[in-house]
Write a protein that binds this ligand. Sequence first.
Ligand SMILES: Nc1ncnc2c1ncn2[C@@H]1O[C@H](COP(=O)(O)OP(=O)(O)O)[C@@H](O)[C@H]1O
Ligand SMILES: [Mg+2]
Length: 256
Amino acid sequence: MSKENGNSDSAFVRLENLTKSFGAQEILRGVDLEIRKGETLVMIGSSGGGKSVVLKHITGLIKPDKGRVLLNGRDIASLNKEDLATARQRIGLLFQNGALFDSMSVGQNVAFPLRESNQGPTDQLTDKVIEALELVNLAPHIDKMPVDLSGGMRKRVALARAMITRPELMLYDEPTAGLDPVATGIIDQLILQMQKQYSVTSIVVTHDMQSADRIADRIAFLHEGRVYFCGTPTELRNSSDPLLVNFISGHSVPPP
Ligand SMILES: Nc1ncnc2c1ncn2[C@@H]1O[C@H](COP(=O)(O)OP(=O)(O)O)[C@@H](O)[C@H]1O
Ligand SMILES: [Mg+2]
């Protein structure tokens, strides 16, 4: 089976000619992208370029003007309400402003998606919550309130909450924005661990090239509403395309 083959079975998410305007503003101008089962694909590009809009299309939150989103080979526009809900349950979201509920403890926050979908009796629920918190090394903090945690810890709680339903696909929108380098490193490690431990397929939007290098199997560069480049971190680094060189140098931590 050729990886170049557009119908490759390993494509978990396929975006075909995704086109979207808001009013007169043309944001996506034909995005073609394939995300393979089990890979971590990092999406980079200028701020305001439509990266979050791409993620929202994948969740079905936004409908394209033209083009298609295929999950496991099925066009999400063709799914009925029930099937779309089921497909959505397999997607975990870690959105930038996907804040925790401040009035709920860490444990209650993490339990929330399970309560929503009424999964299992309460004691089993507690086991799952502890397991999810262990994953992000926060089990001892189960009874704390979000306000008493650092920014990095809050992100980890949000990650535990996103992972508790064991999604097949994780969408991360700038998961390390605003975090210091140490907290960023921890989140990057967790993203890698989710991939290894649960074979989760991930799409990560970031503007941190160091993070991208650490976690990406492939990097897609969104530019003027299209995927301008998609390749491995090494291919990106080795490119002499001025646009890519310029972007990378502007988004990397300068050497000390
Ligand atoms: N629901 C919406 N309605 C109108 N405009 C939107 C909406 N969502 C995004 N946009 C606009 O689309 C552009 C791309 O946004 P976004 O995807 O958030 O960029 P990025 O994530 O790459 O920084 C922005 O100009 C934004 O204002
Ligand atoms: Mg964004």
